[in-house]
Design a protein around this ligand. Sequence first.
Ligand code: ZN
Length: 90
Amino acid sequence: MSTRLVGIDCTLCSYRAIDSDDMRAHMADHLASARRALQTARKRYSATTTAGAEVVIAAAAAGISEVAIASALDVNRLTVRRWLGKPRRR
Ligand SMILES: [Zn+2]
């Protein structure tokens, strides 16, 4: 009986699959996990940009310039203009 180690090592974790079918099943778990992480990140990004846009609108209404707002938030001025509902022109 051979004592040779067989299998396919996962490049993402310490799992060793017994064959390619097993590796594909294992990768489905990694994909599902990455899907959940991306969904969470998108939700957080959306909530964060919505909150940022609210601050931009309030700051502009208070008389702060688009350039100053963009600098303070470290975003492009065109992003500020988009959040203010203004056209993309300079
Ligand atoms: Zn893995």
